[in-house]
Design a protein around this ligand. Structure first.
Ligand SMILES: [Zn+2]
Length: 281
């Protein structure tokens, strides 16, 4: 186990058909009709965390929290932090500020009601707070959120602000002060490369993640912020007819995630993101 640094474990709770890459092939009106797998997949994650003695932050989609209140209760009862992934999984930069406000307000109210916990954190669908949607940070502050985890400091086709700070930091906005807690990257050859989660955890070999988090912890003396989705532990999920790139990103190595996650939980210490944020603000 690496040093005394406690990294942040985070999970974006959404169903396999709600990911942005499938927007074009799964209309929202079909969400109700597809077989849901989010409850058993999240329960499986909860079991793994419990066996490893890890508490985490669950960024819940309001749509999921509304339909599965006992899942939200269970997450909170097991000592995890609940936070918001918005209500309807719409990309921030595709929304008007008013529509975004409605979405994050609705999600916060539902998750707080179902969990009995105050919601302080937000993570945008597909890290969609970018240079053109920074206004969202003011809306979050006005709606009672105190931290955001949506700005990926990398270059990517769908998200990212390449020059953004790489570690958790306080941001002064017109509406007040907010803590920004980005997913972890390493700096190599003048570029920021993602090392802590999602597709990168599944598509690249495990040593990449271990090397990256070690580098962040040991060389920079900073905690890492890791993220994953419940559907990433579900090799049996129904296959959707999306583009070849999306299918590769979504389905590759699903059967390997659980074993990798167990290794990761042995190799590093983890806790909720809210606790890491408190040390910054
Ligand atoms: Zn998402």
């Amino acid at each position: 186990m690496s040093g005394g640094i406690v990294n942040a474990m985070t999970c974006d709770v959404e169903d396999y058909f709600q990911v942005s890459a499938f927007d074009a092939v799964v209309p929202r009106s079909h969400w109700e009709t597809l077989p849901s797998r989010v409850v058993p997949n999240t329960e499986r994650l909860l079991g793994i965390f419990e066996e490893s003695g890890v508490t985490a932050t669950f960024f819940l989609l309001g749509w999921v929290a509304e339909r599965f209140p006992s899942l939200v209760k269970d997450i909170a009862a097991r000592g995890h932090e609940v936070a918001s992934h918005g209500y309807g999984h719409r990309l921030v930069y595709d929304q008007t500020p008013d529509a975004f406000r409605e979405d994050v307000r609705r999600a916060k109210a539902i998750i707080e009601d179902r969990s009995g916990q105050e919601v302080r954190g937000y993570r945008a669908p597909s890290y969609s707070i970018t240079q053109r949607s920074l206004w969202a940070l003011d809306v979050l502050l006005e709606e009672g959120y105190t931290y955001d985890a949506s700005i990926f400091p990398i270059r990517h086709d769908r998200y990212g602000i390449p020059g953004a700070p790489r570690h958790a930091h306080a941001l002064s906005r017109e509406a007040g002060r907010l803590t920004e807690a980005p997913p972890s990257t390493v700096r190599v050859g003048g570029m920021n490369l993602p090392v802590a989660g999602g597709g990168y955890f599944r598509l690249l070999p495990y040593w990449w993640t271990r090397w990256g988090i070690r580098r962040v912890n040991e060389r920079e003396r900073q905690p890492a912020v890791f993220y994953l989705h419940p559907w990433e532990l579900d090799p049996d999920q129904p296959r959707l007819q999306a583009s070849a790139v999306s299918r590769f990103r979504h389905y590759r190595n699903l059967s390997k995630t659980e074993a990798r996650l167990r290794r990761l939980l042995q190799d590093f210490r983890f806790g909720p993101l809210g606790r890491l944020v408190e040390r910054v603000s």
